[in-house]
Design a protein around this ligand. Structure first.
Ligand code: FAD
Length: 423
């Protein structure tokens, strides 16, 4: 079968790999001039089954209200006169009730657990090396009430098959000695030894090279303008080449047997004309990357700092700190307050570890659904499949979701049950 994959982020490239492995003729269409140049460029690097809980949960509304208007808030809702934004916001609130939260948590953990296993297999099979670290994820707390809630979450995670354990401050420092200077402030932690971390950009670029070697075609600098539908079936896309200044040249049609949309935050816009209304909001996040100057003072284990809701991942000689969510707007401009708070916190926790004078700041738009659960499966339009809306967990879920879509497109049974139609 001929299959078009739209988008060469971590989700699209991984999906292309599994489709090719299943024997299909695969072409990937991407508007940038290379893979992983948008949201998959500089994320937090965590493969975090242990944090596959949705942002929408019973405690979220109170927290979000409390953070309103605070420029450095971990989750900042910037109210705008946008119907789309308010519809998304109301849907988010509906997902905060206990029953949807429980349902979403089960689904997310299942997808993430499956995906982490598939990633490990893929790495063993084709030997990818993207500065990954298999030393787990350590989540540390500085507030007793938050720690107590986390202990409940850890128990829930274990009941769903994720080995996340609550540990003492002393045990946490034994796992990551670079936290020693914070011994008096940390009140406890939880640890999931099976989780891992790695540079999603390096992974995606390397996997794209392997895809090319295996016969996948990449059409870079090519913009998908619209989907082509005939008799209720998706038969391809209309594309236009873009030059370096992104101005479009004449359009052409690309026909195919099946299309997989992996377009991140752009997915709703391209699929709306087909009657497919995806609830995906751009949830802006930031990262800062530093060169390490004293390896002993820099963490190796991937960390989550609960107080600031940010993560740390070590990529060889670099330390990445990432996080914060900002809903409202699609701009990628760097907000100084949010950027500087990342550097300040990294410096506080790991003084002397990095050259903090030259941070490399970056912002990306997570494709976030109100429930955090991505759209993975067949759409209501025959021949069109969705693999998008992965929000805070796109790197964590890319491998497993790519494999699920490849099985679905090939008419094979999928390892996890997928809904008959996802949107
Ligand atoms: C600060 C931050 C930290 C994060 N940390 C983590 C983490 O630790 N762990 C984790 O699992 N996830 C993390 N994430 C989330 C993760 O990065 C995303 O979920 C993931 O990158 C989404 O991948 P994607 O392939 O769906 O989207 P993208 O990477 O954005 O790919 C979509 C592609 O589609 C292309 N495209 C769009 N429109 C068109 C068009 N019309 N024509 C052609 N091409 C088009 C784009 O150019 C893009 O390359 C983080 C995100 C951020 C912002």
């Amino acid at each position: 079968m001929q299959v078009l994959v739209l988008g060469a982020g971590v989700v699209g490239v991984t999906c292309a790999w599994f489709l090719r492995a299943a024997g299909h003729q695969v072409t990937v269409i991407e508007r940038q001039s290379g893979a992983a140049r948008e949201t998959s460029f500089a994320n937090g690097g965590q493969i975090s089954v242990s944090h596959a809980e949705p942002w929408a949960n019973p405690g979220a509304p109170r927290k979000v209200l409390g953070w309103l208007g605070r420029e450095d808030a971990p989750l900042l809702f910037r109210p705008r006169a946008s119907l789309q934004q308010w519809t998304w916001g109301l849907a988010f609130l509906r997902q905060c009730w206990p029953a949807p939260t429980a349902r979403n948590t089960c689904r997310l953990v299942a997808l993430a657990l499956h995906s982490r296993g598939v990633l490990k297999q893929l790495r063993a099979q084709i030997g990818l090396d993207y500065e990954h670290v298999e030393r787990g994820i350590l989540h540390f707390y500085t507030d007793h009430a938050d720690l107590e809630l986390a202990q409940k979450s850890a128990a829930l995670m274990r009941s769903l098959g994720c080995e996340r354990y609550s540990i003492s401050t002393q045990e946490a420092i034994a796992v990551e000695p670079a936290l020693e200077s914070w011994r008096d402030r940390i009140v406890g932690a939880d640890y999931c030894a099976e989780d891992e971390s790695g540079d999603a950009h390096q992974y995606t670029v390397q996997l794209a090279e392997r895809c090319t070697a295996a016969g996948v075609r990449f059409e870079f600098d090519t913009v998908v303008e619209r989907m082509l539908v005939d008799n209720g079936r998706c038969i391809g896309v209309q594309v236009a080449a873009s030059n370096a200044s992104q101005s479009l040249t004449a359009s052409s049609m690309v026909k195919t047997d099946a299309v997989v949309a992996c377009l991140g935050v752009q997915s709703p816009h391209l699929l709306a004309p087909l009657g497919i209304r995806l609830q995906i909001a751009p949830a802006k996040g930031y990262s800062a990357t530093f060169d390490i100057v004293d390896t002993a003072r820099a963490p190796t284990v991937s960390l989550t700092d609960d107080e600031h809701k940010i993560v740390f991942s070590r990529f060889g000689g670099r330390l990445r700190v990432a996080g914060t969510v900002e809903i409202g707007g699609r701009g990628l401009e760097l907000n100084t307050a949010r950027c500087e708070s990342l550097t300040r916190r990294a410096q506080q926790l790991f003084p002397g570890s990095c050259d903090f004078s030259e941070p490399r700041y970056w912002a990306g738009l997570r494709p976030l659904t109100p429930s955090n659960v991505p759209y993975v499966g067949a759409s209501r339009v025959a021949g069109l499949y969705l693999n998008t809306g992965h929000g805070t967990l796109g790197w964590t879920m890319a491998a497993g979701n790519g494999q699920l879509i490849a099985d679905l497109v090939s008419g094979r049974p999928t390892e996890l049950a997928l809904p008959a139609v996802v949107a």
